[in-house]
Ligand binder design. Sequence first.
Ligand SMILES: Cc1cc2nc3c(=O)[nH]c(=O)nc-3n(C[C@H](O)[C@H](O)[C@H](O)COP(=O)(O)OP(=O)(O)OC[C@H]3O[C@@H](n4cnc5c(N)ncnc54)[C@H](O)[C@@H]3O)c2cc1C
Length: 361
Amino acid sequence: MERVLILGAGPAGVATALTLRQRGVAQITLLHRPLPHSRYQTGESASPDVAPLLRQLELPQLLEQGQHWVCRGIRWRWGGAELAENDYMMQGRGHGWHLNRHRFDEQLRQAAEHRGIDLHVANLTRLEPIAQGGYRVTLSEPGGGAQRHDYRVLVDASGRGAHLAGKLGVRWQPQDRLTAYLRLGTLAKESWLKHLSYVEATPHGWWFVAGIPGDQAVVVFLTDVEIGRQQGLVQGSVFDGLLAQSLWGGQGVSGLEARVRPYAAHVGWLPQVVGRDWVAVGDAALGLDPLSASGINGALADGIAAGHALADHLQGDAGALTRHGLALQESQRLFVQERQIHYGRERRWCEHPFWQRRHLA
Ligand SMILES: Cc1cc2nc3c(=O)[nH]c(=O)nc-3n(C[C@H](O)[C@H](O)[C@H](O)COP(=O)(O)OP(=O)(O)OC[C@H]3O[C@@H](n4cnc5c(N)ncnc54)[C@H](O)[C@@H]3O)c2cc1C
């Protein structure tokens, strides 16, 4: 029995599946839960590091073939009112991308199917460890009925919340209550936001703005859910008021949709990222602060590393998963350190709860 079950067909799950396939594992099932069409998929800015990762997965043309835009870097106001720019090209890093995120994930899943990976829509309802190793898994099918299968290893790639680990008794631990309040708008034809992202720190949180393919823009205010509730941020008029107070002021973006969509963007992680015949990858293992803008790349890199560790494990390397777990713990430590440094650079509103919490974290 060499069957692998991966819960979640986002970037981390697909990268794990493709790597396992490259390593010769034949029977891989990716459990997919399609999002409702009305739901906008967040995560639209990928730094230049995405290209080498896609090459490792033998998908060098993926971004050229989708509806994605070249992103040259980031403009920001952080730690002061002056505008600064981080130009990827000037740093010799090539360019990043503004993604049509829904399409990007779809492209990854199509690539997986194309390589013979089974993409399956079903609900994982029950897990039982098998004494000799592996798990017996009950899947309930959308049309009704349930099936039971035995898998040698399981992968939790279900994103923030880590549903599979939860079923094994390991709970995802949120470290903050960061929430993204998001609206889509229309991007002016000549706007610099087409090829740059924008970040601005404010007393109660920070703005993230980016052009997205389809001549749209995504305008996001990130703050703690308590602050969002206190201020009534789900109301368009409150959102407009905050935007008017920002130094960017909404230039180049018009016709913001009426509704404000809140998304949980909590930083968090699993206290244990590998166990007996299972591993967690991507946001399920470690959900980064969107400020790092490296969640997608991190998920791909993590999936590749986990795929190799699992392949080694399946070939009888008894220490492979433990080593992988230790490497993930180290990434988590580095991430916490970097996050403190980033938030520590903004000292203008130390007395405001949003910044106080981050300076003390
Ligand atoms: C508001 C916001 C903005 C962000 N902006 C950026 C950005 O600009 N750039 C960037 O790099 N990163 C960004 N990120 C982070 C990035 O989106 C994530 O880090 C990345 O998507 C992680 O990939 P993943 O595969 O681990 O998880 P996900 O992309 O969350 O994929 C998990 C998959 O599992 C599926 N799933 C969940 N539960 C089940 C289940 N029970 N059964 C079957 N399937 C299931 C989900 O439907 C989903 O398809 C942002 C995150 C947020 C919240």
